[in-house]
Design a binder for this molecule. Structure first.
Ligand SMILES: [Zn+2]
Length: 114
């Protein structure tokens, strides 16, 4: 590849990043729970458990942060997590192109061999 081809590929990837919305780490899943009342049906009957609740977990400095989300938040949060994966994919490509570019880098255009 020539210098300008690297640059072209690279700027295309940068444009892809521009299209990406909000991002998030972690994962969202739904769980049904038993409650604190020992007489409640939820303790005997699995189908009577409370929920489902949308649980979002993510790691921050080796600690797991857990939040309960509304359905709307959960949908949006899943989108953010997908965006994060997309972004990471693009960054990996940008890094790979950069590595190739460094390895093939020629200081001055006139020094290029034909
Ligand atoms: Zn209960």
């Amino acid at each position: 590849m020539k210098n300008d081809e690297y640059q072209k590929k690279y700027s295309l990837l940068k444009k892809e990043i521009e299209k990406i919305g909000f991002i998030s780490t972690g994962s969202v899943f739904s769980v049904s729970k038993t409650c604190g009342n020992p007489n409640c049906r939820c303790h005997k009957d699995e189908s009577a458990r409370h929920g489902p609740y949308n649980i979002w977990t993510r790691k921050v400095r080796a600690k797991t942060i857990t939040r309960t989300l509304t359905d709307e938040q959960a949908i949006f949060c899943r989108e953010c997590i997908q965006n994060m994966r997309k972004l990471e994919g693009i960054l990996t490509e940008m890094r790979n192109i950069s590595v190739q570019f460094v390895e093939n880098y020629q200081n001055t255009p006139t020094a290029k061999k034909k």
